[in-house]
Each structure stands twice: as structure tokens, then as C-alpha cells.
Design a protein around this ligand. Structure first.
Ligand SMILES: C[S@@+](CC[C@H](N)C(=O)[O-])C[C@H]1O[C@@H](n2cnc3c(N)ncnc32)[C@H](O)[C@@H]1O
Length: 307
């Protein structure tokens, strides 16, 4: 029976284990084959305040060690989800998923999806197109893996569609539980006005992890995040009755993770709801109009229903 407690080292009986220290030390504490999901976003080696910039070669060698240790923790039916963007050096970008794929493949992992996470806000580039997606490499340890698609189906565009010919003519054609959410996920990133924003410069939106927790694990399973940050992945796990374990080298982040994890356990964590459509500004609002545009009268007409 799981105790509802937070441990400071890995404890298989704890609801959450939050370790202040290096992820390699932490992953070695986790018994082989016990995690159902490892989900993380590692440092991208771009000089954020929580990372010391390494040569790309050294960075990849370190990532390889971490991924190897994470794979060791995974159950045979388990999944590893590595969420990454670009490493940037000079004016060139190095997509980390391309660089990490051969490392994971050499470890025997099997790629199931390269999920594109699209968001609308970020740096405005002047010498290349502004980056508005990152990816999640979803690998499984074996071919016999857990995948609960029904847990994450989304509404169809045309749920009332019927077959127009053949033996099923006239019958509804859509899956009654909704459609597969596909491998392109449109989820707002955590910027300043996001309900989940903390002092961390690059948090996961919790709903990004929730979809993976719900589809790749069952209640009671262990979810591990070696680069914990402020604990978003562990919160997603706890909100859905899984156990969580993670490590982080910045004490302040661990403290915030602890506060958020307690709020998640008590089901009072402030978060964006799963599957809420992306906000569209009211075209009549001041911020939706170009600065020099006067306020024409029609903008004050009541909005007509979109047909
Ligand atoms: C991209 S952030 C992860 C943010 C996290 N997904 C969240 O939602 O808060 C990467 C984190 O890894 C931490 N980190 C860097 N090197 C680490 C190491 N060797 N062991 C554990 N954590 C590390 C950083 O301090 C940073 O908070």
C-alpha cells in the first residue's frame, strides 16, 4: 500500500520522490525495470542559467549516459519520452532530436512517434524563421508496450459523419470515444500569463505530460523525470493517481516542485485544463487591432455566429 508521502531520495513506497542532486546519481537509486514512463526535457546546452555550456560532443556523451541509465529503470512494457528543441551555436541550429535518435536506437529503444509540439509564442528571429515547435521522441523499450489510446482520444471534427455506401451505409463512422489525437499537439507553452508559470524559464505545460501519462501508464505506475525543474511531470503523474520521482540540481526549483506536488496531491494545483482549445483574442479588443487602425463602427456590431 502506497504511503502518501514525499521522499528526498528514491523510495518505491513514496507517492513522490524529489531528489536534490544530479540525475545520474538519482537514476542509479531506482531499481532496474521499475518505471513505466521516463518523461523529461533535458537542458538544451544553450547557456540557460541552470546549465554550464559544454561542447556538443561532451553534451551528447552526457545525454547518452543519462538515457542509458533511464532505460535501465524502465519496465519491459515501458516508454521513454525525451522532449527537446534546438541546440544553437553561432547562427546555426542543431535539432537535438536528430542528434539523440541514433543514441537511443543504439540502446535498443524503438521509436513509436516523433511528436511535434506546436506553440505560438517565443523569440522573434530576424535571420531565420521563428521557431514554434519542439518535439517529443517517444521510444518504447520493447515491442510489447503499454498504450492506452482510448484514454486520450479527442473529439472528431465531424462526429455525425455516416457511411454513404457499402454494408454500413447510414451508420456513424467515427469512433464513439473520439479520434486519435495525432502526432501534432497544439498546446500553449508556459509564458508569463500562463496559469502554471513559476520562476523557471522553461517549464513543461502540465497538459503536455498528462497526455503521455494517461496513454502510456496505468494508475499506480511509476513516472520518472530526471530533469525535474519545478516538477511539472511529477504533478501530471500525481493528478492521475500515478507515482512520481525526479531529480534537480537547483535547490530553489526542488522547493517549488515540492509545493506544486503537494498541491497536485491535494487536487488544488493551478493548471490549464486538458484539451482546452487555444485562446483566440476578441477581434474587437484593442490588442487585436494594428496600432494605427481607427475603431470602425462595424467592430462594435454584435458578433455574428460563424456558419
Ligand atoms: C528544461 S528544464 C526542465 C523543466 C521541467 N520540465 C519543468 O517543467 O519544470 C531542465 C532542468 O534540468 C536541470 N538540470 C540540469 N542538469 C541537471 C542534472 N545533471 N541533474 C538534474 N537536473 C539537472 C536544470 O536545473 C533544469 O531545471
Amino acid at each position: 500500500m502506497t504511503k502518501r508521502m514525499i521522499a528526498t531520495h528514491f523510495d518505491p513506497h513514496a507517492t513522490a520522490s524529489l531528489y536534490l542532486g544530479d540525475c545520474e546519481d538519482f537514476l542509479r537509486q531506482i531499481p532496474k525495470g521499475t518505471a513505466q514512463l521516463v518523461i523529461t526535457s533535458p537542458p538544451y546546452n544553450i547557456g540557460k542559467k541552470y546549465e554550464s555550456r559544454l561542447s556538443l560532443e561532451d553534451y551528447l556523451a552526457r545525454q547518452k549516459r543519462t538515457i542509458e541509465l533511464a532505460t535501465r529503470c524502465l519496465a519491459e512494457s515501458g516508454s521513454l519520452c525525451w522532449q527537446v528543441g534546438n541546440h544553437v551555436a553561432g547562427s546555426e541550429i542543431y535539432p537535438l532530436d536528430i542528434l539523440l535518435y541514433p543514441i537511443c536506437k543504439d540502446l535498443g529503444l524503438k521509436l513509436r512517434n516523433r511528436i511535434v509540439w506546436h506553440f505560438e509564442h517565443g523569440l522573434h528571429c530576424s535571420q531565420r524563421f521563428s521557431g514554434r515547435y519542439e518535439t517529443i521522441l517517444w521510444f518504447t523499450k520493447s515491442n510489447d508496450y503499454k498504450f492506452n489510446l482510448d484514454e486520450v482520444r479527442v473529439p472528431q471534427k465531424y462526429p455525425g459523419k455516416r457511411a454513404f455506401k457499402g454494408p454500413k451505409k447510414g451508420q456513424y463512422t467515427c469512433h464513439p470515444l473520439g479520434k486519435n489525437p495525432s502526432d501534432v499537439w497544439i498546446i500553449p507553452n508556459v509564458k508569463h500569463n500562463h496559469v502554471e508559470k513559476t520562476i523557471h524559464p522553461c517549464q513543461f505545460p502540465i497538459e503536455l505530460v498528462e497526455r503521455l501519462v494517461l496513454s502510456l501508464t496505468d494508475k499506480g505506475d511509476l513516472v520518472v523525470d530526471p530533469y525535474l525543474g519545478v516538477g511539472s511531470a511529477i504533478c501530471a503523474a500525481l493528478l492521475h493517481e500515478r507515482r512520481g520521482a525526479g531529480s534537480e540540481i537547483v535547490p530553489e526549483y526542488v522547493e517549488i516542485a515540492r509545493t506544486r506536488v503537494i498541491a497536485a496531491m491535494e487536487k488544488r494545483l493551478a493548471k490549464r485544463p486538458l484539451n482546452r482549445p487555444v485562446y483566440k483574442p476578441d477581434p474587437r479588443s484593442g490588442v487585436a487591432r494594428p496600432p494605427d487602425q481607427s475603431e470602425p463602427e462595424y467592430l462594435y456590431l454584435p458578433l455574428q455566429p460563424v456558419i
